[in-house]
Ligand binder design. Structure first.
Ligand code: CA
Length: 224
């Protein structure tokens, strides 16, 4: 059974989350403060953690940082207010995998949870397909409708980062780390330009992207 740790101090929200997740067939444990969350996540193995940010005793950022530092790789979804983009970026950079905005929609919650669980259950096949595109990791080649599309090594790395983390939001900093490496100083603009190059190669209509989706104020998500 898939086990989810819910960390939320507002009991109304916690209860709603618990009910929605149970209805989906997940086993749920609810804790109400950051200290307990950090301890429980290390004591037992959960398949995913839903983590509120403003918590008593230890905030969600600190919990995230602690768990990642302790080598806990459990996917973490942070719960955040819709308008707080800086919170989302910081959360993602501290090691969260994705976020769910409050007030949350049950449908969105289900989709986000499925996406993070997918990462842990399936390895990426050597050829990944979406639409008419094939990303061949063995040959490091992109094909559309069977024809090779030229990509630069950087574009391919970027594509690889997107495929590996499909369905999840990536900040520009995370894309930068994945494709350029941590030691390089690059501006956000350069990341955006490269994503646009990539769009021209994978999107049926680059002016209306359906695979490489812009997430305002944060970065991008690959929905392939
Ligand atoms: Ca709270």
């Amino acid at each position: 059974m898939t086990r989810i740790l819910v960390v939320e101090d507002e009991s109304g929200i916690a209860l709603a989350l618990e009910e929605d997740l149970r209805a989906e067939g997940y086993e749920v444990e609810v804790v109400e403060d950051g200290e307990t969350a950090s301890r429980r996540a290390r004591e037992e193995s959960f398949d995913a953690i839903l983590l509120d940010l403003m918590l008593p005793r230890k905030d969600g950022y600190e919990v995230c940082r602690e768990l990642r530092r302790a080598g806990v790789a459990t996917p973490i979804l942070i719960l955040t207010a819709k308008t707080h983009e800086a919170e989302k970026v910081l959360g993602l950079e501290l090691g969260a995998d994705d976020y769910v905005t409050k007030p949350y929609s049950p449908r969105e919650l289900r989709a986000r949870i499925k996406a993070v669980l997918r990462r842990t259950t399936g390895d990426i096949p050597s050829v990944y397909r979406f639409g008419d595109a094939e990303v061949d990791f063995g040959r490091r080649e992109l094909r559309r409708a069977g024809r090779v599309v030229e990509t630069t090594p950087l574009e391919f790395k970027l594509l690889e980062a997107f495929v590996e983390r499909r369905g999840r939001v990536l900040s520009r900093q995370q894309l930068l780390d994945a494709a350029w490496g941590r030691e390089v100083y690059i501006t956000d603009r350069v990341v955006d330009n490269q994503v646009n190059h990539l769009r021209r190669k994978v999107e049926p209509d680059p002016s209306r992207p359906r695979y490489l989706i812009s997430i305002r104020g944060i970065g991008y998500r690959f929905d392939g």
